[in-house]
Design a protein around this ligand. Structure first.
Ligand code: ATP
Ligand code: MG
Length: 350
């Protein structure tokens, strides 16, 4: 198989693309959540009188937009010309806090639908500290929407999507929840917009195989699941992975970008048949890969919106993700300054 390895695109081009992406016009549609962190200091805990338990005395609390909200935060940090976030959240305290946290990060929230029929997703993460500095995460407490999005909400979201699509060059789709806002009707609408010329990039944990005629951005495991292949992707060569990505691209009728964790990503361009492997750099531990996929998707999409080549967008996606994997204990975002600093530190020296 013939494929191109893209190790570097050069300092000048990285700077240029970071500059260009400020002209991007982009919309994100998908499932948002609120990530809530509670740090408990067990040294302050006293045995409860009523129950045989030691309570968790919370000494610190912080929160951030999660799922599509984290992609939105990453995009907002890079300050594109136009940016809309479309989703459905509940009329509950978590919905209020989501909006507050989103606005703090420069996300415009006018395209968020609020409905009393929907529960705002939230992941509450209690973190315990004792005598040593080692921190342990307790089981998460989740608020999740368990009811189907109704027709009325779908209609509202479709209207907003039509409005946003007229003003943007790129649409990013994050389909993550079991009862999320990317319903089959919304999916159909998204595919139609793509067929009509809008560049659409889709990230979906469980349903990546349900989308056709859009650019698919699964990780290796998600693609294998969609293809029904029972293999351990980390054991396969780049050539083998590209073969599967090509099959997936043929099946689904558009480009496929597969992220491969610390191996970077591969890209199959449907129209030209071109295939690329874009490795990333080895980063020294400690690493926190939480949010790596979101950072990749955000930078990749913005750069594509700015008119870059596909392989350049993949390179920039790796570069953006390399910033957030070094941010420990948080999903984190990558700013333009951090991206260029990371390039100089890890790529330009090679
Ligand atoms: N250990 C790592 N070292 C360097 N870069 C990494 C590492 N892990 C992930 N990345 C970067 O992040 C990108 C996305 O990672 P990955 O393939 O794990 O996606 P994902 O599983 O969708 O992530 P997420 O769990 O955040 O959704 C990779 O293509 C790579 O650029
Ligand atoms: Mg992912």
């Amino acid at each position: 198989m013939v494929y191109e390895i893209v190790k570097d695109i050069g300092h000048e081009r990285v700077v240029e693309l970071l500059h260009w992406l400020r002209k991007s016009k982009i919309a994100v549609i998908g499932d948002v959540a609120l990530d809530i962190y509670w740090r408990a200091d067990m040294k302050k805990s006293e045995l409860s009188r009523e129950t045989p338990h030691f309570p968790l005395p919370v000494v610190e609390e912080w929160m951030s937009p999660g799922a599509a909200g984290n992609v939105a935060a990453n995009i907002a940090a890079l300050k594109p010309e136009k940016f809309f976030l479309l989703s459905i959240i509940g009329k509950d305290w978590r919905g209020d806090l989501f909006i507050k946290e989103a606005e703090k990060r420069g996300i415009i929230t006018d395209f968020l639908i609020r409905s009393d029929k929907v529960v705002t997703n939230a992941y509450c993460k209690p973190l315990r500290r004792g005598i040593s500095d080692v921190e342990y995460e307790d089981p998460r407490i989740d608020f999740e929407n368990f009811s189907l999005i109704g027709r009325e909400e779908e209609d509202k979201l479709i209207k907003l999507l039509e409005k946003a699509a007229e003003e943007v060059d790129i649409l990013c789709v994050i389909d993550q929840m079991r009862f999320g806002c990317i319903t089959p009707r919304i999916r159909e609408k998204i595919e139609k917009l793509s067929k009509n010329g809008l560049t659409v990039i889709v990230d979906s944990r469980e349903r990546i195989g349900c989308f056709t005629d859009v650019i698919l951005k699964p990780n290796d495991i998600e693609m294998f699941k969609a293809l029904g292949i029972q293999k351990e992707p980390s054991k396969l060569s780049i050539e083998e992975l590209l073969e599967f990505a090509e099959t997936f691209s043929m099946q689904k009728g558009n480009d496929v970008c597969v992220t491969l964790g610390d191996r970077g990503a591969v890209y199959v361009e449907k129209a030209t048949g071109k295939k690329y492997y874009v490795p990333t750099v080895n980063l020294a531990p400690p690493l926190d890969i939480c949010g790596a996929g979101d950072a990749f998707l955000s930078v990749f999409s913005l750069v594509l919106g700015a008119g870059a080549q596909k392989y350049e967008a993949v390179f920039m996606g790796n570069l953006g993700a390399s910033v957030v994997v070094k941010k420990i204990g948080t999903t984190g975002v990558a700013t333009s300054e951090e991206i260029i600093t990371n390039y100089r530190k890890h790529w330009a020296k090679n």
